[in-house]
Design a protein around this ligand. Structure first.
Ligand code: GDP
Ligand code: IMO
Ligand code: MG
Length: 432
């Protein structure tokens, strides 16, 4: 496999499309791998040679010994999770010295962000979003509000840091008490943590925008590892049941500081069916034996929270929307092996709303709540396919399923995945 140029990996559904696996595979051809949004709400899995790595903040490229890994400014970084991940890498015998960089402009997630996330969710009852409780929304909120934010570079201005932390904690605690009757967090402890966070992060911090621009000037190959998925994008997803950043391809430039035109290939990643964690509409969800079968065969339990994922049929109408929105050139279709053994598979080709077929994917939350999926049927296949080595060896019905999805989503499927391991990957094109 070769890369034509700098490549973006982006989820086309509601996250967990196996972006980690694809990023790891592309990393073999990459000099630099960049995370540019989200935080430890992400959970990316890489499986190789019997070892499994679960990464939340550190780019999946880290498993490859020569790849430089960058956490760019669009990320909201929890130093405590980052430290745990470093320990996991050490335990897994992965050396990262000198090849892990963090942007000085990334925003820092503090314990009060996680508390705020939980208190807010608990107060919403049935209307909750079902967040990962990792403080992501509150940290991005503070970024947008500006005056309550702490960025990585702030951790090193010790003359100002303590007063800044105390001011923020004072403000947050008044809010927590008034809105949620919660005592909040301890200011001294937050100040101590801020100092410790600086010590944890110091060896890794630099101006990553300049670093990436220098890398491009030196003709290095960059891979951008998306997190979450297009339908969780705060502007273009199923609002309000989304994350708090631009998780579609639209977010790569702002999050990384690299102009979008510097990226040659936009590679979309989709599961061969649909999953979603948390609340919010998921029109093709199957709360029945079919959904349970997908969950058990696909081990569909959250990498970050362990929550059972909601499972259902492939939604070609939603995925085509993501393809168009992101200018997706090619698609990696993942977890096809999970669908073995179904007599028939359903594919959602459109939505009906109050008796009418919708022309476009609804971005109005009230409409989205009410849509009914319209399906076509596709014959299934009985054989297990996890040991298949090429696309041509797949059962005829599996091949035609992939071809039908390509037609419906209007993008070619260049990669088909039939198992979690690197080796269980069928390349339909040698150059991506
Ligand atoms: P990400 O967040 O997009 O990186 O995806 P996750 O890691 O959260 O979830 C994908 C899960 O599917 C992980 O447990 C992977 O190891 C697993 N996986 C990846 N590709 C395949 C595949 O083709 N078949 C099966 N059965 N599992 C896969
Ligand atoms: P990766 O990168 C799946 C979902 C949460 C919730 C909503 C908002 O592993 O694909 P947040 O904590 O971000 O405020 O939660 O978004 N969510 C994800 N779902 N995969 C993810 O990341 C997700 N990151 C956030 O479940 O519904
Ligand atoms: Mg995940």
């Amino acid at each position: 496999m070769k890369l034509r140029g700098n490549t973006l990996v982006i989820g086309l559904q509601w996250g967990d499309e196996a972006k980690g696996k694809i990023t790891d595979i592309l990393s073999e051809q990459a000099d630099v791998v960049v995370r540019f949004l989200g935080g430890s709400n992400a959970g990316h899995t890489v499986v190789t040679g019997g070892q499994t790595f679960k990464l939340h903040l550190i780019p999946s490229g880290i498993i490859h010994p020569n790849v430089l890994c960058v956490i760019a400014g669009g990320v909201v970084l929890d130093p405590e999770i980052f430290e745990l991940e470093l320990n996991d890498l050490v335990a897994g015998h992965i050396k990262f010295d000198g090849r892990l960089k963090i942007s000085q402009t990334a925003h820092v997630v503090f314990p009060y962000h996680k508390l705020e996330d939980q208190l807010k969710e608990n107060s919403l009852g049935d209307g909750k979003i079902g967040t990962t409780a990792r403080g992501i929304g509150p940290c991005y909120t503070d970024k947008a509000t500006r005056t309550q934010a702490i960025r990585v570079c702030d951790l090193f201005h010790l003359e100002q840091l303590d007063a800044k932390v105390r001011d923020i904690v004072n403000y947050k605690n008044r809010l927590f008490l008034a809105l949620y009757n919660s005592p909040g967090v301890n200011a001294d402890e937050m100040v101590r943590k801020a100092h410790r966070y600086g010590e944890i992060l110091r060896p890794f911090v630099c101006d990553t925008t300049e670093l990436l621009q220098d890398a491009m000037a030196a003709d290095k190959r960059l891979v951008f590892e998306g997190a979450q998925g297009t339908l969780l994008d705060v502007d273009h997803g199923t609002f309000p049941y989304v994350t708090s950043s631009n998780a579609s391809a639209c977010g790569v430039s702002a999050g990384s500081g690299v102009p979008a035109k510097a990226i040659r290939t936009f590679l979309g990643v989709a599961k061969a069916y649909t999953t979603r964690v948390g609340t919010g509409p998921c029109p093709t969800e199957q709360i029945n034996a079919a959904g349970d079968r997908i969950r058990e065969r696909g081990h569909e339990y959250g990498t970050t929270t362990g929550r059972p994922r909601r499972c259902g049929w492939f939604d070609a109408f939603a995925t085509r929307y993501s393809v168009r929105l992101g200018g997706i050139d090619k698609v990696a279709l993942m977890l096809l092996d999970v669908l073995s053994g179904f007599d028939k598979l359903l594919i959602c080709t459109g939505y009906r709303y109050r008796g009418q077929m919708l022309r476009s994917f609804p971005t109005d939350g009230e409409v989205m709540k009410e849509v009914e999926p319209v399906y076509e049927e596709h014959p299934g296949w009985a054989e297990e396919i996890d040991q298949v080595k090429s696309f041509d060896q797949l059962p005829a019905n599996a091949q035609s399923y992939v071809r039908r999805l390509e037609q419906l989503i209007e993008a070619p499927v260049a990669i088909v995945s039939v198992g979690p391991d690197r080796a269980q990957t069928l390349m339909r094109e040698e150059t991506i």
